[in-house]
Design a protein around this ligand. Structure first.
Ligand SMILES: [Zn+2]
Length: 289
């Protein structure tokens, strides 16, 4: 496992890690509150524990850069397509201000980081979405980065792993945003025709347009425990069909029970699981020296 003790001092290439990204009800200070059990957690311990509550195992949301640090081998990550910049194709009121504010608070250019890295020596193309960038909504840049990653995977016959998290489409980009669903889904189809492995990891929450496109098109679909997974929100569905939905509807556990996903993997076992899957599907280990 990567050394998590120095997570906030990482000098890993192209990754900016800032304090306060493992979030709770009290964003400032030394302590944070667990959203599930309400227990008070010492932030330093929470970080060392990969963002898991030491009492109940609740999986706190990770930023893209934190996810890179807990998932990939140290210093193995190289970013792709970081030059892609979000534009405002519809001149949507306030969109430019919103994007600029998200850039400032997250230190990211967009809601996803893509690139190449390795897991216990097994190389893979990787994508990491970051919910704190406008709810990791999918606009043109997110869709383009995903598509380029999948196309690169197809060309190089290199396995690809995407950690999804999203509230859905970037509505401020209108149809430019919605067409990313078809674009990324088509890229998944082309990748599949080359018989190259695509693993999608659904983290909390993965919903709407991202779930309904590349999120649910992995050859193997993994979810983190308790992750919210689905298309439309529970309240909207209940109002539409005039029925009460069963308890736990749209949780990873419910999705697994009903065959929507393949497995639920605790964050502490994620690297080991991904490594096994890469190995089983013909991945060749790099000589890491
Ligand atoms: Zn807890």
């Amino acid at each position: 496992m990567p050394n998590l003790k120095g997570i906030f001092q990482s000098k890993q290439k192209s990754v900016t890690v800032k304090a306060g990204t493992v979030r709770g009800d009290t964003p400032e200070g030394l302590w944070t509150k667990c959203e599930k059990c309400g227990g008070m957690l010492y932030k330093k311990e929470l970080i060392e524990n990969q963002g898991l509550c030491s009492d109940c195992g609740f999986h706190f949301r990770l930023s893209a850069s934190e996810r890179i640090l807990v998932t990939l081998d140290d210093n193995s990550f190289v970013e792709y397509d970081e030059e892609l910049i979000t534009v405002d194709p519809l001149n949507f009121p306030g969109y430019d201000v919103k994007v600029e504010a998200a850039r400032k608070t997250t230190k990211l250019e967009e809601a996803i980081i893509t690139g190449i890295g390795s897991i216990e020596g097994f190389p893979a193309l990787v994508g990491f979405m970051d919910f704190s960038f406008i709810g990791a909504s999918m606009g043109s840049v997110v869709g383009e980065k995903i598509t380029r990653l999948l196309e690169r995977a197809a060309r190089q016959r290199m396995p690809v792993i995407i950690f999804c998290a999203s509230g859905g489409a970037r509505m401020q980009e209108g149809m430019f945003s919605l067409m990313q669903m078809a674009k990324t889904a088509a890229a998944c189809g082309r990748l599949s025709s080359t018989r190259t492995l695509y693993i999608s990891v659904l983290t909390n929450p993965t919903t709407a347009g991202v779930f309904a496109s590349f999120g649910s098109l992995g050859d193997i679909i993994i979810a983190e425990p308790g992750a919210l997974i689905g298309f439309t929100g529970q309240r909207v569905i209940e109002e539409t069909i005039k029925q009460k939905l069963p308890p736990g509807f749209q949780t990873a556990e419910f999705a697994l029970e009903h065959g929507l996903i393949d497995m639920i993997v605790d964050r502490r076992n994620m690297r080991k699981t991904l490594r096994s899957l890469l190995s089983l599907h013909g991945g060749r280990r790099r000589n890491t020296g």
